[in-house]
Design a protein around this ligand. Structure first.
Ligand SMILES: [Zn+2]
Length: 353
């Protein structure tokens, strides 16, 4: 072989080796990209807990150690609405559920009255099971913000129609005087009225209505909410793809409006018990993220003196930032000071869809 042929052969071999090296590198990069994406999106179940009216000082009413203190990351949420420095629960719930600021009183639509899908609806469209548990009636502003699209939170009849169309697969809450079991049955729900019956159900849509309207206040409803959450989790976890469960401690807000310190203490003890149930579930079920926040603060609570006497500065909501807490898979991605409209996208970015 002459020198020229040897040189050509070496050149061709070099080109081939270079090409093989590049292809290998590309595949390795693709592989590591896939791994990175999988690591970022490894949340399968979201438990989204809203303490209605639960500002930064409300947590201090819970004796320590408590379940809030188990949180793996914390931050703050800015609660103002599109129309007011001080939000109501409809605009606050819509911001958390749908990721848009809207005007006070509006549900599931932006400030221009354009309907917006909630995180619950979007996950249901991706094959996730969905649920809601609340100590108020199911048509009240916060639970309704996750399924209804109405310009006024008082439009009960229209909200009930939205419940039948876009409601969660499973819910446990109070009822509504306009709520007719027939309409829920037509929407595919098994309508039941106690948790013992719920414990016998193994599949299908479930509407468990535990009161004619709102549930009793804490401590008079015992551990009903914690038991309701356990029943909802038992049904939702049957869905292999995963689930979204919204839980509302609805009456923290009402204790704040009434400036009732001891009632507020009891409601906070109840939500702490529910948070414990959910964090234990996350421990036992990797892939579960527990996210806890509020729509706004109620009562302008302070706790002066050595005995931390609950002292209120208003019978209304206040405009302070509210805390959020996260636990379980993906919790490390949730920290800092956020708009209340950020969480829908943030949580969805962590889910393996
Ligand atoms: Zn309120």
């Amino acid at each position: 072989m002459d020198k020229r042929k040897i040189s050509n052969t070496c050149f061709i071999v070099s080109i081939v080796l270079f090409a093989v090296a590049m292809i290998h590198q590309e595949w390795t990069e693709k592989d590591s990209n896939t791994t990175t994406t999988a690591q970022q999106n490894n949340v399968k179940n979201i438990i989204f807990i809203i303490g209605d009216g639960m500002g930064p000082n409300q947590m201090s009413l819970v004796p320590t150690p408590n379940n809030f203190e188990r949180s793996q990351s914390i931050g703050f949420s800015k609660t103002y609405s599109a129309s007011h420095r001080v939000t109501d629960s409809a605009a606050g719930g819509t911001a958390l559920a749908c990721g848009v600021k809207t005007r006070n009183g509006m549900l599931g639509m932006n400030a221009d009255s354009v309907p917006v899908n909630s995180i619950m609806y979007e996950l249901s469209q991706s094959g996730f099971a969905t649920g809601e548990v609340a100590s108020c009636r199911i048509t009240h502003a916060t639970p309704a913000a996750f399924y209804a699209h109405q310009p006024n939170r008082e439009m009960d009849a229209e909200i009930l129609q939205d419940l039948c169309k876009y409601g969660p697969d499973v819910f446990v809450a109070g009822g509504n005087k306009l709520l007719v079991a027939d309409s829920l049955v037509q929407a595919g729900y098994q309508v039941i009225y106690n948790l013992d019956t719920m414990a016998t159900i193994e599949s299908g849509k479930v509407a468990c209505i535990l009161a004619k309207e709102d549930m009793p206040t804490s401590p008079f409803r015992g551990d009903t909410i914690a038991q309701s959450v356990k029943q909802a989790l038992r049904l939702l976890e049957k869905n292999e793809k995963g689930f979204f469960l919204m839980i509302e401690g609805s009456q923290i807000d009402w204790a704040g409006h009434g400036n009732e310190g001891e009632r507020l203490r009891a409601e906070m003890a109840d939500i702490d018990r529910v948070i414990g149930v959910c964090m234990d579930y996350a421990d036992a079920n990797p892939g579960t993220l527990v996210f806890i926040t509020a729509d706004h603060e109620t009562g302008g609570l302070s706790l002066p003196g050595e005995d931390l006497t609950p002292t209120f500065s208003t019978g209304q909501h206040s405009g302070v930032h509210v805390p959020f807490y996260a636990y379980g898979t993906g919790a490390d991605k949730l920290t800092g000071i956020h708009e209340n409209t950020d969480f829908k996208a943030l949580l969805l970015s962590l889910v393996n869809r």
